[in-house]
Design a protein around this ligand. Sequence first.
Ligand SMILES: [Fe+2]
Length: 142
Amino acid sequence: MNEVKWTNDLSVDVELIDDQHKMLIEHLNNFAKAVEQHQGPTEIASTLSFLIDYTDFHFSMEEREMKAHNYPAYDTHKAKHEEFKTILVYMESEFRDDGPTAILAESIDTLLVSWLVKHIRVVDVEFGMFLKDRGIAISEEG
Ligand SMILES: [Fe+2]
């Protein structure tokens, strides 16, 4: 698989969001690598659970800030997040049932990686522009 790399073209121009996206991508790469290298079930399960936890943490931060600033596209943005979380739950059950199969490795690429890159480029960039236009600064504490 091709490791995803955070590069400037993935920037949403909001430092906190960019920093969290870098972490999210790192967790995604760790999970993908663990599956691809057929690491032990405990190792794979733990990279996946880190990814799930960090995803929840990051999405919650974005959703909290969207709500706090009456972001008009809150509902559709949140629905996208739910979509990604559903894919993660699906992966977790696939892995539990069948282990680190080639199909699982491939679906990490086709489902998770491409989803995330597109989401950042389109949906998160829009939110970043909203924040910048209004001069809103966000922080980890909310
Ligand atoms: Fe988002």
